[in-house]
Ligand binder design. Structure first.
Ligand code: C5P
Length: 221
């Protein structure tokens, strides 16, 4: 079975997808981490981020594995490096390039083939797995998402103000929605899940409930 979880930055997709995959014993694909890893390795190998043909080839060749919440590229743990501001910025041209997206779509489909998978990103239900068994678009109001991100940053000891977090989030939302290929939008027939006022546990519990009834219907038919 394939379940897609798409939505804007800060909607809580990653933690929801990770808990879901571990509760169900399914594979987890973090496609944002794949684009980030690609940007990191392209920079290290001095491939121009604008050279989409070379970057797409690199994307097809790299071995990316998700293991116990870590991201391994060619066996190396890059989990922390890919989350730096430098890599977040470098990921933008990589993820915007249609050639790169096409290559990553094929890689993602191969990763999921024959498996039970929760896959998370921006275009998983709309482009990569349009026939997924369940397509979820996880979202929350801009202020709620910024508030959650701000709390997270404060607990990590960062000084950013709520206004600064909101500002950088709006820039990311705008960029995600205006990408010519793979733009962020709910897939056809996606379940749009507004999570304002819900705790992360409540979000996961509701999703598990939906998936369990889907599995039940699947086994009955
Ligand atoms: O979700 P995350 O912040 O890790 O995504 C990193 C970057 O990759 C973002 O710029 C996002 O827009 C992009 N992305 C994408 N398609 C996906 C997943 C992420 O373009 N399926």
């Amino acid at each position: 079975m394939i379940i897609t979880l798409d939505g804007p930055a800060g909607a809580g997709k990653s933690s929801a997808a990770r808990s879901l995959a571990s509760r169900l014993g399914w594979c987890y694909i973090d496609t944002g981490a794949m684009y980030r890893s690609l940007a990191l390795i392209a920079l290290e190998r001095e491939i121009s981020l604008e050279d989409s043909l070379q970057v797409a080839r690199l994307g097809e060749a790299l071995q990316i594995v998700f293991l116990d919440g870590r991201v391994l590229v060619e066996g190396r743990d890059v989990s922390a490096e890919i989350r730096t501001d430098r890599i977040t910025a470098a990921t933008r041209p990589v993820a915007d390039a249609p050639l790169v997206r096409e290559a990553m779509k094929n890689v993602q489909r191969k990763m999921a083939a024959g498996r039970d998978v929760i896959t998370e990103g921006r275009d998983q239900g709309s482009v990569v797995f349009p026939d997924a068994d369940l397509k979820v678009f996880l979202t929350a109001s801009a202020t709620e998402r910024a508030r959650r991100r701000h709390l997270e940053e404060v607990s990590r000891g960062t000084q950013a103000t709520l206004a600064a977090v909101l500002e950088s989030q709006s820039r990311r939302d705008q960029a995600d929605q205006s990408r010519p290929v793979g733009a962020l939008r709910p897939a056809d027939h996606a379940f749009i899940f507004q999570t304002d006022g819900l705790s992360p546990e409540e979000v996961v519990d509701r999703l598990v409930g939906m998936i369990e009834s889907l599995i039940h219907d699947h086994n009955e038919s």
